[in-house]
Design a protein around this ligand. Structure first.
Ligand code: FAD
Length: 495
C-alpha cells in the first residue's frame, strides 16, 4: 500500500475554463471528500470564450454526474444538436449533413451503404440521407426525445454559462476555488515533480497531483515540465479564428452549420438566447481584417467585441508527465470542425478518474493515459483532415493546397478502402463510427466503386421493400416530431 496514513490527496487544477471545471465537477462528484480539490483561476486572464458545439457522449457525461437535463438546458441556454450541416465543402454551392444517427439497417457483414449502393445500380434514386432519422429531423428543424433513446443527440451550450454551472456543482461538493494569477510553478528539487503553484501575491498552492487546464499556455505541462509538442499544421493548415456572439438569423436549428469559404470556414451555433458565430481561417491566405469583414457581413452586428484567436494543430508529446496531466487545450488541439475538443476533455476527465493515483503516481498509469488519449486525438485528426483533402474545390490557393497535401497513411488507407469496396471499419473504440465516415466521405464526393456481394442476395422486390420501408419509417417518425424551438421551450419548463 503506497497510501498508508493519508486520507486525502491534494489535487490542484490550474485553470478554470471548460476543462478545469469539467474536471473539478467530475472528480468532486465521483470521489467527494476522498480528495482535497482546489481550482486556481484568474478572472483577469479569463477563458477562451468558445467551445459551444458538442457531440453525443456529453449526454452520458451529464448522466454520470447526475445532472438533470432540463436544468442543464436552462442554465446553459442550450439547444439540441443532431449533427452538422456542411456547406461549400465538396464544391461551392454544395451541401451535406453529417448526422449523429445511423442510416438504414446494417447487416453484420456489411453496412447499409452496400444495400443502398446496390439499389442505385437498380435505378433507385433516393438519397442516402433519406434513411437517417436524425438527419431528416435535423434538416426539417424538428426534435423530441424518443423512446429507447432512438434519437441520438448532443447540445449547443453557452460556454461561459456552462463553466459557471459546472463550477456551482463542484463548489457544492467541497471544491475550493482560488482566484489569482499563477506567476510560477515550483518543482521539487529531488524528484522533478511539481511541488506547488506560486501566485503573483506569493501565495503557494501545494499539491500531490496537478491538472494543467491553463489552455493553450500549458503553463505546467510545457512551461514547467517541457513535455514537448508534436506539430500537425502540415495537415491542419488553419491557424486563426475570430469568434462573435450575434443575434439569431432565424429560429434556432438543431444543428451546427460549418460553411466553407475560400480560406477556411465559418461556424454558426444556435443557442436559446443568441447565436455563436465565428470564422476559422489560414492566416497565410486571409488577413485578420478581411476575415472579420467576411464574418460580420454574413451574420450581422456582433453583441460583443470580437475574440481573436491563434492556434496550432497538434498534441503534447506527453499529456501526462510526472505528477501532472494536461487536459483541454493544454493537452493538444485539433481545429473545431467536428466539435470534438470538449469530448476529448470528457474522455481525459473520465480516464484521469479511472487512473487516479492513490499515493505515488505510477509511471504505468501515465503511459496508459498517454496511449489512450493519443489514439483518440489521432483518430479525430484523421477525420478532420478528410474534410479538407477530399474536396473537389480548386478555386483558391487554400483549397489547392488542401487537395494536394500529403495525408497520414492511416487516413489514406481508410479513404482508398472505401473508394474501392464501400467498407469502413471502426477500430479501437474510435469515436466516429462507420456511418459518420460514410456520410462525410460521400458528402465530400468519394463514391465507392463496389459494394458487398451480400446486397445482391436480395431479389428486386425484397430490395424495393427494404428500401421503401426504411425510408417510410424515417419520414413517418419525423412527421410526428415537434419543431425544435417549441420543444426546447417546453422542455426547459420541466421542473
Ligand atoms: P481556457 O478556456 O483557455 O481556460 C484556461 C484557464 O486557465 C482560464 O480559466 C484561465 O484564466 C486560466 N489561466 C491561464 N493562465 C493562468 C495563470 N497564469 N494563472 C491563473 N489562471 C490561468 N470545442 C468544442 O468541443 N466545440 C466547439 O465548438 C469548439 N469550438 C472552438 C472554436 C475555436 C476557434 C477554438 C480555438 C476552440 C474551440 N473548441 C471547441 C475548443 C474549446 O474552446 C476548448 O476545448 C474548451 O473551451 C476548453 O478550454 P480550456 O479550458 O482548455 O482553456
Amino acid at each position: 500500500m503506497t497510501s498508508a496514513g493519508r486520507q486525502t490527496r491534494r489535487i490542484v487544477i490550474a485553470g478554470g475554463g471548460t476543462a478545469g471545471w469539467m474536471m473539478a465537477a467530475a472528480i468532486s462528484r465521483t470521489l467527494g471528500r476522498a480528495v482535497d480539490l482546489t481550482v486556481v483561476e484568474s478572472e483577469a486572464i479569463g477563458t477562451i470564450g468558445v467551445g459551444e458545439s458538442t457531440i453525443p457522449p456529453l449526454v452520458n457525461f451529464n448522466r454520470i454526474l447526475g445532472i438533470p437535463e432540463p436544468e442543464f438546458m436552462r442554465e446553459t441556454q442550450a439547444t439540441f444538436k443532431l449533427g452538422i450541416l456542411f456547406d461549400n465543402w465538396k464544391q461551392d454551392g454544395d451541401r451535406y449533413f453529417h448526422s449523429f444517427g445511423s442510416s438504414g439497417k446494417d447487416h453484420w457483414s456489411a453496412g447499409f451503404q452496400h444495400f443502398w449502393l446496390h439499389g442505385q445500380t437498380r435505378g433507385h434514386q433516393q438519397s442516402y440521407d433519406d434513411y437517417c432519422l436524425e438527419l431528416v429531423a435535423g434538416l426539417q428543424g424538428k426534435f423530441a426525445h424518443l423512446p429507447e433513446n432512438r434519437m441520438n443527440y448532443a447540445y449547443h451550450v453557452d460556454a461561459t454559462l456552462y463553466g459557471r454551472y459546472l463550477r456551482k456543482l463542484a463548489e457544492a461538493e467541497g471544491t475550493t476555488r482560488v482566484e489569482g494569477k499563477i506567476a510560477r510553478v515550483e518543482l521539487d528539487g529531488e524528484s522533478g515533480d511539481i511541488a506547488a503553484l506560486v501566485l503573483e501575491d506569493e501565495r503557494r498552492i501545494e499539491g500531490d497531483f496537478f491538472v494543467d487546464c491553463t489552455g493553450f499556455r500549458g503553463l505546467l505541462i510545457e512551461g514547467a515540465l517541457h513535455a514537448g509538442f508534436e506539430d500537425w499544421t502540415h495537415w491542419l493548415p488553419n491557424d486563426s479564428a475570430i469568434a462573435l456572439q450575434t443575434k439569431h438569423l432565424g429560429p434556432p436549428q438543431p444543428y451546427t452549420q460549418a460553411i466553407a469559404h475560400d480560406a477556411g470556414w465559418q461556424w454558426r451555433i444556435p443557442l436559446q438566447h443568441r447565436m455563436g458565430s465565428g470564422i476559422v481561417y489560414c492566416s497565410r491566405y486571409l488577413s485578420r481584417d478581411a476575415a472579420l469583414d467576411r464574418l460580420v457581413s454574413s451574420v450581422g452586428e456582433p453583441l460583443i467585441d470580437p475574440i481573436y484567436l491563434s492556434f496550432k494543430g497538434g498534441v503534447r508529446r506527453r499529456q501526462w508527465y510526472r505528477n501532472c496531466v494536461a487536459v483541454g487545450l493544454a493537452g493538444g488541439f485539433v481545429e473545431p470542425l467536428e466539435a470534438t475538443t470538449v469530448h476529448l476533455i470528457q474522455r481525459a476527465v473520465l480516464r484521469v478518474i479511472r487512473l487516479m493515483p492513490n499515493g505515488r503516481v505510477s509511471e504505468r498509469d501515465a503511459v496508459e493515459f498517454n496511449e489512450q488519449q493519443l489514439q483518440d486525438i489521432t483518430q479525430i485528426r484523421d477525420f478532420i483532415i478528410l474534410h479538407y483533402k477530399a474536396t473537389e474545390r480548386r478555386d483558391s490557393p487554400f483549397w489547392r493546397h488542401c487537395a494536394d497535401m500529403e495525408i497520414p497513411d492511416s487516413l489514406a488507407q481508410k479513404i482508398e478502402l472505401f473508394r474501392e469496396t464501400g467498407r469502413v471499419f471502426r477500430k479501437n473504440e474510435e469515436l466516429f463510427a462507420e456511418n459518420s465516415w460514410v456520410q462525410v466521405m460521400m458528402g465530400q464526393g468519394i463514391m465507392p466503386r463496389a459494394y458487398h456481394p451480400i446486397a445482391e442476395k436480395l431479389g428486386e422486390d425484397e430490395l424495393d421493400r427494404l428500401l421503401s420501408t426504411l425510408r417510410d419509417n424515417v419520414a413517418r417518425t419525423v412527421a410526428t416530431l415537434p419543431a425544435h424551438q417549441a420543444y426546447v421551450e417546453q422542455y426547459c419548463r420541466v421542473a
